[in-house]
Write a protein of this length. Sequence first.
Length: 399
Amino acid sequence: MPTRLDAWEGRLDRLMAAVPYVLLAVSTALFLLTGSHSADYRLVTLGLAVLTAGWVALMTRWPALYIAGLVILIAALSSRGIWFASFFAFTGYLHSWQLLRGMWRFVGVAATAAISIVAYGGGPPEPTPTAILSYLFFVAAIVALVGLFSFVGDVTAERSAERKRMVSQLEATMRENAGLHAQLLIQAREAGVLDERQRMAGEIHDTLAQGLTGIITQLQAATHAREGGEWQRHIDNATRLARESLAEARRSVHAVAPGPLESARLPDALAEVASAWSNLHGVRADLTTTGTVRPMHPEVEVTVLRTAQEALANVAKHAEATRVGLTLSYMDDLVTLDVRDDGAGFDPERAKDGGGFGLTSMRRRVSRLAGTLEIESEPGAGTAISASLPAILRESPSA
């Protein structure tokens, strides 16, 4: 009998199937609502959009032919309006990875990236070594990021499928014990798969999503600083973030502790994170530690570190702050982390039911360890985030 998890997966599959049409509709609507094109130009573009929708609906059973036609249609639409490169081109990345196999996946993604960059740049790159190298670098960066993100998604799907196979085998051996046993198995299956997905979703958000955001920011800055040391500095920052994101992705897949905690105490790891964030964003971030520093259980330390990373990421994205203060406090039965900024602030009522995924991820991590997360803010008065966790000491290795 279908479970709630199966129903959720079915809804997710239907949603993913509708994504290309939604992106195409959004791109077309924005094209028609903006610009000053003639009626004939708009009509031809609308016809291309309708043709593209039909191509997506009817041709996916022939993957190679479908992707080739899809890339051509993306190029045609992007040449007529930047909105198609901004939104609908995502379908090229998604379907190239889903429908093709082996190196052909990267060919489809690279073709889509090449078209998108040409559309964003207003035409092909200038015939100069710098322009051509920059163009190839951006294409390679997009292909690498799409491949990395898709790889993590594939690993998550494989883990889920393997867990389902194991549960199915266990259910077969225990089918004679129906009733309560069957119910417990189904509940364990759902809880296990959902817990793994939540863990991977949190890790992807805390590592890949933040890393990709930083890389995109640095690449965008590099396009505005094409010469001199500033251009090279932004490229170096993007390269460093890509390497760190890849390392953290591998750690997440194998459930290994974050890099900063591998060989450093929690206060030192937080100081390293704050310093790197400050250098990247040009905003002062100070860490203060109070109480007697003690080695905590790895789950507690990881939760504190990830909470600090997410809070700093939110400051960079939303706060427009000039200073951030982090306070790590060791008490008898609690470990607390306070992150305060002097930025724009926001209305906490909007975060009352969890807010965005970042706040939801923080709350989930903290509550999983029986901790609490409090948020204080108001427009124009900055934001304070406080996470409190039980002070569970790290177990000493047996002699």
